[in-house]
Design a binder for this molecule. Structure first.
Ligand code: R5P
Length: 297
């Protein structure tokens, strides 16, 4: 097995290779002035290639993955695994108006055409139960960062209360609460646009405890910001946020700060100053589990 990363995700790629006791090499990407990408693979040393790249800001990355995967096949790679801790386009899982692309399954089918297996972390699965429904004919493995984030929170001495900002967050909040013995509740969200959401808090109170908002993704940050404002207005001593994937696009961080969020904690699925837990060991366990399956190697 050979672990091959990309420059924009090199620290995490290297850490995964170290955890697997494997060599780390990198794809070279040259950007032409007109925006096209030239992709060059490193010398290939194994019939099983593991490409590591997280898929935030994904559009160029998907094309580059396609170029790398096709080239690897042409050069004789028999098994291609993608390790993408953040899996893009998973939130658009339904057509809400005529003609709207259901990006989840389209991007899923695209990836399935190039990779034998995909390892990812806490993909946003809302209206489906399993990643196989979004990425057909491809062995996919869903890992979670919530245990690491939960352990990080549990290790703190203060009195915490977990709040999920919407129904979709329940799967992550409940797991952290159950495994780390923390009280929790779930709010409700209505979304009116990219930057407009309304949060309705549950009846249950948290007294003057520190409330930690837990979600899979923070993108514009408006979900967490609205929840934070409501929670502080209801008397919380302090509000913080823990997310698996810190996309934090545009002015998200400023919006969170303005709303009173004192700290953000995240996994290194996406490189950000809020990263407090590293996924390398979890990903390495996932890759080892895949190796037990009977795909070509
Ligand atoms: C959707 O339900 C997700 O779990 C997140 O709550 C959502 O994607 C966050 O988006 P934003 O940060 O743009 O409000």
């Amino acid at each position: 097995m050979q672990i091959v990363g990309f420059h924009d995700y090199a620290p995490q790629g290297r850490r995964l290779a170290t955890a697997l006791n494997a060599e780390y090499t990198e794809v070279r990407v040259h950007y032409f002035p007109d925006g096209e990408s030239k992709v060059t693979l490193p010398p290939l040393t194994s019939p099983h290639l593991v490409l590591v790249r997280t898929l935030d800001r994904p559009n160029d990355k998907l094309i580059e993955l396609m170029l790398a995967a096709r080239t690897a096949r042409r050069l004789g790679v028999a098994r291609l695994t993608l390790v993408a801790p953040y899996l893009c386009y998973m939130r658009q899982d339904s057509a809400f108006e005529d003609g709207e692309a259901v990006s989840q399954t389209i991007v899923g089918e695209f990836l399935a055409a190039y990779f034998d297996d995909i390892v990812t972390v806490d993909p946003h699965l809302h209206r489906i139960d399993h990643l196989e429904q979004a990425i057909p004919q491809c062995a996919s493995l869903t890992l979670t960062a919530t245990d690491l984030l939960g352990a990080y929170l549990e290790a703190r001495a203060d009195d915490l209360f977990l709040l999920g900002p919407d129904a979709e967050s329940e799967q992550w909040v409940e797991r952290v609460a159950r495994n780390h013995n923390l009280p929790h509740a779930i709010a409700q969200k209505e979304r009116f646009g990219d930057h407009e959401v309304r949060i309705t808090l549950p009846e249950q109170g948290w007294g003057e405890r520190t409330v930690v908002l837990v979600d899979d993704v923070a993108s514009t940050g408006r979900t967490l910001a609205q929840a934070a404002e409501a929670v502080l207005a209801r008397g919380a001593a302090r509000v913080e946020a823990a997310v698996v994937h810190p996309l934090l696009a545009g002015d998200a961080e400023a919006a969170l700060k303005l709303a009173g969020v004192s700290a953000i904690f995240s996994s290194d699925s996406i490189t950000h100053g809020s990263n407090v837990v590293r996924l390398a060991e979890v990903l390495a366990d996932g890759v080892r589990e895949l190796l037990k399956s009977s795909r070509p190697a």
